[in-house]
Design a protein around this ligand. Structure first.
Ligand code: ATP
Length: 468
């Protein structure tokens, strides 16, 4: 099958992958333009490497189509795709010198000797290793070895280079140097780079386009500035850079209520009285006299960060971070001025404000006044209620009624933590069980992408009979 010709080099259409019954890529769509530097960014386990393996041909998707330069390439093995890969562990041949490592693939292809020599020399200049031909690779630094690996991957002139956390093994300083070099190598060779990392700073520095992934889906695709300035939701805002993410209510077009205060913003079309997430970057808050601002807070902590001061400010019970070149001492009252353009309004990731689920009464104890109910594959006890066996109940729980239990004492086991976002007062945690998502409020810091037992506090529940 052919796709209409355009400047797309790689297109993924509706890709779905499951491992052991678990959804790893949930119908993702991605178009990558020729000669672009694209970074797939996301937390560990979100499906970045799986996406790369599908493009490289190392893994076939359960559903969906992969296009390369307009041609469908499902089923075509890696070596027949015009793609090469650089991994974190660069796997050079330790007994060969730099020249022979880079020349290896061309010798297998039986290219003429002169051409091999010319191409290796060209590549060595591009990766800044001129004169290193005869050096044994085991006598190179980590950064130099990685450059040899990149030269080896690029020397056969692939249209697309896949890079899976290639700088992961390097120390911070070397990593930073290599980021600049990689971008230059990409521009010099005019190759499409598809780069995987969980390091947001690396993504912002190098990419033309960033693809933010979370839990098997693409949350946002955009330029580094778009993603930083206009994140689509709290996950992206939190993952990219520092942010104050606060609950708010959109009162109407360009009017938002935050912590009981009405502020002017530039966003429209959210309707009236709609709960939203609000993101304000720490550098976008201007410190003014208290009487000059609608939001007033007290400085509780100050840390000098070299270029700016990072101040923690409490507005009531809500914690804000402000970056400013001028320091306001701990204990001072400050006004916080935010221009409408710098208030970013986002749809909530969890649309409801409470958790609603249905469960069936499987045993009922009238005298002891408790019931046992079944939800998904779990059976749990609810004290203080009596309903006949077989009754279907509608149970509503506020986020504060959910908690993470110790092993073996959860009401539902193996619930996946999808995101943890600090909202100034508490962490807002989104979890996923087999059948639904859950919203939990917590003061603990929980680890995303882990499975935990979930416990309910039914004293906060509203329980009604669901009529058939
Ligand atoms: P990291 O940054 O940690 O490398 P990632 O975003 O690249 O993470 P993937 O390697 O794509 O994540 O893995 C996504 C999920 O798929 C993980 O939960 C992983 O355990 C699971 N997974 C990956 N490969 C397999 C496999 N062959 N069999 C079963 N599960 C797998």
């Amino acid at each position: 099958m052919k796709q209409a010709k355009n400047d797309m080099i790689v297109s993924l259409k509706d890709i779905f992958v499951e491992f052991d019954g678990e959804v790893i890529l949930n119908h993702i769509n991605l178009d990558i333009r020729d000669k672009e530097f694209v970074t797939i960014l996301g937390p560990s386990g979100c499906g970045k490497t799986t996406t790369l393996r599908i493009i490289g041909g190392f893994l076939e998707p359960d559903e969906g189509e992969v296009f390369f330069d307009g041609e469908k390439i499902n089923g075509i093995p890696p070596h027949k795709r015009n793609v090469n890969t650089v991994f974190q562990k660069y796997a050079l041949f330790p007994h060969l010198n730099v020249f022979d490592n880079i020349a290896f693939g061309m010798r297998i292809k039986k290219l003429p000797k002169d051409e091999i020599k010319r191409r290796v020399k060209e590549m060595l200049a591009i990766v800044d290793l001129k004169g290193y031909e005869k050096r044994s690779v085991s006598r190179l630094s980590g950064g130099q070895q990685q450059r040899v690996a990149i030269a080896r991957a690029l020397v056969c002139d692939p249209k697309v280079l896949l890079l899976d956390e290639p700088l992961g093994a390097l120390d911070l300083k070397l990593r930073k140097n290599m980021q600049d070099e990689l971008k230059q190598i990409q521009q010099k060779t005019n190759t499409t780079f598809i780069y995987v990392t969980h390091d947001q700073e690396e993504a912002l520095t190098m990419s033309d386009t960033i693809v933010v992934m979370n839990n098997g889906v693409i949350e946002q695709i955009g330029s580094p500035t778009d993603i930083y300035n206009e994140p689509v939701n709290a996950f992206v805002a939190d993952f990219i850079g520092e942010a104050n993410i606060i609950n708010g209510t959109m009162l109407g077009d360009c009017r938002v209520k935050v912590l009981g205060t009405e502020l002017e913003c530039v966003d429209k079309g959210f309707g009236q009285n709609t709960p939203v997430d609000i993101v304000i970057r720490p550098e976008d808050i201007e410190v003014v006299a208290p009487e000059e601002a609608k939001l007033v807070g007290e400085v509780v902590d100050v840390v000098f960060k070299g270029v700016h001061y990072e101040m923690t400010v409490m507005v009531g019970n809500c914690e804000w971070i402000i970056h400013s070149t001028e320091m306001s001492p701990v204990g001072s009252k400050i006004g916080m001025k935010i221009i409408p353009f710098n208030i970013q309004i986002m749809n909530k990731m969890f649309l409801a404000t409470e958790n609603t689920f249905f469960a069936e009464v499987v045993s009922a104890y009238e005298e002891e006044n408790y019931i046992e109910v079944k939800k998904e594959d779990s059976v749990f006890r609810i004290d203080g209620y009596f309903f006949e066996e077989g009754t279907r109940l509608r149970i509503v729980l506020p986020p504060s009624a959910l908690s993470i239990a110790g092993d073996g004492v959860g009401d539902i086991d193996d619930v996946y933590i999808e995101s943890v976002i600090f909202k100034g007062e508490h962490n807002e945690i989104i979890l996923e069980s087999d059948e639904q998502k859950w919203l939990m409020q917590s003061d603990q810091d929980e680890q995303v992408a882990t499975y935990v037992p979930l416990k309910f506090d039914f004293s906060q529940a509203t329980i009604t009979v669901e009529e058939a």
